[in-house]
Design a protein around this ligand. Structure first.
Ligand code: ASP
Length: 314
């Protein structure tokens, strides 16, 4: 059995993880993919453990897959509806965390609109905290599930050219992916209009393209991002029509990528905004549904690793 190199108490982001920690999580996730494809999907690894999903923002995939992941490992899972909780009565994030902590949780998955809120909360509780997306900062399990999808399809991450396209400015998915892909030795490009690229992004180790055809040239992976309207104050694009014309993924632009390039999208998709519907559903090239499947496996691996009693906390 391989020794577990993952010694962190929480999973707050990808930044700062090592290649061996990421590789270990991906290997563990791979095993859970097989388990999830069996008729009997249930295991008792987390029997007696309690997981709470605390989501201050909407979610379909992340919340459901953490719930499934916890249940498939045998944990008791509670989904806290923030809209019906005491948060609406003015309870602060910290007080909510301290209250939940008193209930002896083992893991807490948190999604919050503010960057850094999940880290703050992790300092107030005794259980493992998993970042389910904090503002524009990080969404670590999304990057892990994307990496697992790519690795299973391409056999590797190292040496691949990945184009991350669209609203990079507001995207925590982009940030976590940039960190992970760089750590694992891929070449990362970001492709977007100037208004949707954060200043100084090159410092994260990416090549920036303002032209979609040039950015997609010979890439192995095309990762599309949603326009995050809920995080925009003001106008970042002239119109949806123009945005789709220049930056929407259609077959004409995709023709610049390698013939075996994979199409990815974290969801939710806005068909006709950032991606053409036929491209999104292309069974030969699109792995968007596979990403969802990998999401459950990755979240099982993360819950497993963070609740192991032999884990040495750092
Ligand atoms: N679901 C992803 C997130 O929560 C991507 C998106 O919302 O566009 O960041």
């Amino acid at each position: 059995m391989t020794t577990n190199p993952f010694t962190h108490r929480h999973l707050l982001g990808i930044q700062g993880l090592s290649p061996s920690e990421i590789g270990f999580l991906l290997d563990l996730s791979n095993g859970y993919v097989d388990q999830n494809r069996r008729a009997d999907k249930k295991q008792s690894t987390l029997r007696g453990r309690t997981l709470i999903n605390l989501f201050f923002e909407n979610s379909t995939r992340t919340r459901t897959s953490f719930e499934l992941a916890g249940k498939r490992l045998g944990a008791d899972v509670i989904n806290m509806q923030v809209s019906t909780s005491s948060v609406t009565k003015g309870e602060t994030l910290i007080d909510t965390a301290v209250t939940l902590n008193a209930m002896h949780l083992d893991a807490l998955v948190v999604r919050h609109p503010d960057s850094g809120a999940v880290k703050l909360l992790s300092e107030k509780v005794n259980c493992a905290v998993i970042n389910g997306g904090d503002g524009c900062h990080e969404h670590p399990t999304q990057a892990l599930l994307d990496a697992l999808t790519i690795r299973r399809r391409k056999g590797r991450l190292s040496g691949l050219t990945v184009a991350i396209c669209g609203d990079v400015l507001h995207s925590r998915v982009a940030r976590s992916n940039i960190h992970l892909l760089n750590i694992m030795g891929a070449r990362v490009r970001v492709v977007a209009p100037k208004t949707l690229v954060p200043a100084g992004i090159e410092r994260l180790g990416v090549e920036v393209f303002f032209d979609m055809r040039a950015g997609l040239a010979d890439c192995d992976i095309v990762m599309m991002l949603r326009l995050q309207n809920e995080r925009m104050s003001g106008n970042f694009i002239p119109s949806i029509r123009e945005y789709f014309h220049f930056f929407g993924l259609d077959y004409a632009k995709l023709a610049q990528a390698r013939p075996d390039a994979l199409i990815m999208h974290p969801g939710p998709m806005n068909r006709g905004f950032e991606i053409d519907s036929d491209v999104a559903d292309d069974v030969e090239r699109s792995v968007i549904r596979e990403q969802v499947e990998m999401g459950v496996a990755v979240r099982m691996a993360v819950l497993d690793i963070l609740t192991r009693p032999d884990r040495e906390a750092v």
